[in-house]
Design a protein around this ligand. Sequence first.
Ligand SMILES: [Zn+2]
Length: 396
Amino acid sequence: MGIVMEHAQISETPADTTRNHLVGSFCGDASGPTLIAVGSIHGNEPGGSKALRRLALKLHDLESKLHGRVFLIEGSIRALADKVRFVDSDLNRHWTRENVTALDLGGQGSRAEDWELKELLSVLREILDSARNEVFALDLHSTSALGLPFATVGDTLRNRRFAQKFPVTILLGIEEQLEGTMLEYLNNRGVVTFGFEGGQHDQPETAANHEALLWLSLVHAGIAAEADIPDLDGHRHHLAKASGRARIVEVLFRKPVSDDDKFVMDPGYKNFDLVGKGQTLARDRHGNIQSPRKGLILMPLYQGKGDDGFFIGREVAPFWLWLSKLLRKLGAPTLVRILPGVWRHPDDSESLVIDTRVARFFPLQILHLLGFRRRAWKGKRLVVSRRRFDTRSPFV
Ligand SMILES: [Zn+2]
């Protein structure tokens, strides 16, 4: 292996374009861990693709020393060529069970993103099916607003442990607010996942931040030795400097928007700016939109396309992280089912059904601690879900 494609050919048809997504693949000792790095799943975020191509050129010299496998993958080839976020629909909301099942049943789909999804699934499945050790996946993004780079991490203990090795702020719980992301799909397959917002879309530092993250991830995944990577300290220093004080922030609120809302963010908000309860942040056709709580604003939407207006989060004290780790290791998520008004979901072992009339004193914060971050109301009942593979890898 070790083939680097110069430039992806954009195909008009969905047939046999899988190889175009692969920017490079490198295999040293195949019994080691696997690192999958995906860039530019949003076509208006070129930084990820640039960083992957830079890494691919340099990784050849290291290939024989790698303890494991590395796959560098471009996400949305068609949107990237057109420099748009997506062609027909957001590829990073496209990985729903319904879409995946439809393609598996032979459906062709009519949207460009159906083709992208089909191609990516075939590449990723081949990688996962041949893995003989832990699998890590990075998803490289950028934001429309200015601000510090940060990581987005689905709340499992395995994800947290990996993410905390990087000198960056970690956002917990955002993955659980979004449906159909690629990392959601990979998490459900048991992969350790790490999303990274490297900076503003068009800033040259963004690709540099992505590249630094990629080099560090080779070491943190256990695939390359520190000493084998040229200037690893430089990359670590670069990322730490770009990221500011590394914190852990949990997402508590998402403002959803649709195309006909005419949502417009007020100017000047950056990631992690402090906002007050009731502060006007944006406007839409219904009027002013205020922050429902005091907190840190995350990913304010300053581009035409997107379903998320902004998020509000808050910093988590290390004590709570320690406590939740302890509780999960002790099996508290299973024990919680003995509480009155709480029972196991009949079809899903990772979900609880809560009768809020009975269990009304049960604070949601406790469920967060135990990893149940995804919530849905079914009539008077609240269904909360956590991720499988919280502490255990299916690959090892
Ligand atoms: Zn993105």
